[in-house]
Design a binder for this molecule. Structure first.
Ligand code: HPA
Length: 270
């Protein structure tokens, strides 16, 4: 694993002169945030040595190097989900490579079902914390020498970035929510009883990604900012049939607001 990570990182570093310290994982329907990036190098996942290949509709599968405003960034257009059948080391392989190419701050976005009754479809939820409900832990196995055996998770999501995101949203008149993201394997959406359970356990939104990536990012000491687009509601009385298309549509509609927040955060880190 270590050798593969290093080979992939060296390959990337020899194929671009960009040296970003910020990476953005563009989740479902948020691929268009990539349009804000002035791309200087673009790599199809299939062309990168050892990189897994994305299989989900709506996930293009490209690693982009470029500038967001004046700031160098690396963006993953399309991610790897556990439900696709990848094991955790594969799901989180790109995060390991990111660390090796010099990434120290991670921005991550996803689509999620809202369980907090104050939320509505189309809302943006800044992630304050998460609950890991995946059946396999991404750090299970031999500890890779990028971080401690027993990583601290007392502040998985950086409080300073969270506060700045609130300030940016306020100054642009963008309404945001804040809450706890529950990460599950999927690929089924939840039954009403499951939504209720995750709500009782302390979740505000539930989705099928992000948690493994954030855990691996934190293992490596990266600062993390995460955001969910609420694409459907898992609150008793407002639960309706969910389709992947509707999830993507709702995520698309929230894109401009999310792009504003991410641009602001990145500019603040420059
Ligand atoms: N549950 C799980 N994952 C999701 C949902 C949901 O309701 N909406 C978007 N991704």
């Amino acid at each position: 694993m270590l050798r593969k990570i290093q080979e992939t990182a060296s390959w990337l570093l020899s194929h671009t002169t960009e040296r970003p310290t910020i990476a953005i994982i563009l989740g479902t329907g948020l691929g268009q945030v990539a349009k804000d990036i002035e791309v200087t190098a673009s790599f199809e996942y299939s062309s990168i040595p050892h990189f897994p290949v994305s299989t989900v509709e709506g996930h293009t599968g490209r690693l982009l190097f470029g500038r967001l405003g004046a700031t160098p960034v690396l963006a993953m257009q399309g991610r790897f989900h556990y439900y696709e059948g990848y094991d955790m080391p594969t799901v989180t392989f790109p995060l390991r490579v990111m660390h090796e190419v010099g990434i120290r701050t991670l921005f991550v976005s996803n689509a999620a079902g809202g369980m907090n009754p104050a939320f509505s479809v189309g809302d943006i939820m800044l992630i304050r914390d998460h609950i890991n409900f995946f059946p396999e832990h991404p750090l299970r196995g031999r500890n890779l020498p990028f971080g401690p055996r027993f990583p601290d998770m007392s502040e998985a999501y950086d409080r300073q970035l969270l506060a700045r995101a609130h300030a940016i949203a306020r100054s642009h008149g963008i309404q945001v929510q804040e809450g706890v993201y529950v990460g599950v394997s999927g690929p089924t959406y939840e039954t009403p009883a499951e939504y209720r359970m995750y709500r009782i356990l302390g979740g505000d939104a539930v989705g099928m990604s992000t948690v493994p990536e954030v855990i691996v990012a934190r293992h490596q000491g990266m600062r993390v900012f995460g955001v969910s687009i609420i694409t459907d509601m898992g609150v008793e009385g407002s639960i309706v049939e969910v389709s992947h298309e509707e999830v993507q549509q709702a995520a698309n509609a929230a894109q401009p607001k999310l792009a504003t927040i991410i641009r602001g955060l990145v500019a603040g880190l420059a």
